[in-house]
Design a protein around this ligand. Structure first.
Ligand SMILES: [Zn+2]
Length: 173
């Protein structure tokens, strides 16, 4: 899957979290920042390709960086990083963004053709649901569109009615 598709899956996965945090009266500014961060990190596992191409490092694509273990490590790293700025709250934001970004990436890649071992080193089970090619433009763009839509609606549900009413008035219902 491409960056656009991974960003879409991240937005989509974060939407229920958004609703949850809203329902408990959390400060939505932090929730919003966490979501943006998670989306920004949703292609982090593909750093393996960059490392190989840019620095000639011998690392298999869809290897170690495409595991939940890597997700936990990325989560801890970003937890420490964001914690410097926002304390305990930052620790939580960083972990959600780092782990969530990676987990959403694995979910997206799972539907493509190239197998990988997300549960390594605990299980060597290879995953490839073979539903679409990573390079499928339509799937990538649709995913991004769906993700942004669900993000907007869960951030501010009234926008849904605003859009619906605008469409209605344009079409003259
Ligand atoms: Zn990938």
């Amino acid at each position: 899957m491409y960056k656009e598709g991974h960003a879409g899956v991240s937005f989509l996965l974060f939407s229920p979290l958004m609703l949850f945090f809203k329902s408990i009266g959390a400060d939505m500014t932090y929730v919003f920042v966490t979501c943006v961060l998670m989306v920004a990190l949703s292609s982090l596992p593909d750093i393996d390709m960059e490392l190989r191409k840019e620095y000639g490092i011998e690392i298999n694509h869809r290897g170690k960086t495409h595991t939940f273990l890597a997700g936990i490590l990325f989560g801890i790293a970003f937890s420490a990083l964001i914690g410097v700025a926002y304390g305990i709250l930052g620790n939580l934001m960083g972990f959600i963004a780092g782990f969530g970004g990676t987990a959403s990436h694995l979910l997206g890649d799972a539907f493509t053709y190239e197998p990988f071992e997300p549960f390594y080193p605990f299980s060597k089970k290879k995953i490839a649901l073979r539903k679409f090619k990573s390079s499928n433009r339509l799937v990538n763009n649709t995913m991004l569109g769906l993700g942004i839509f669900s993000f907007i609606i869960s951030y501010e549900p009234s926008i849904f009615w605003l859009i619906l009413n605008s469409i209605k008035s344009i079409l003259g219902f």
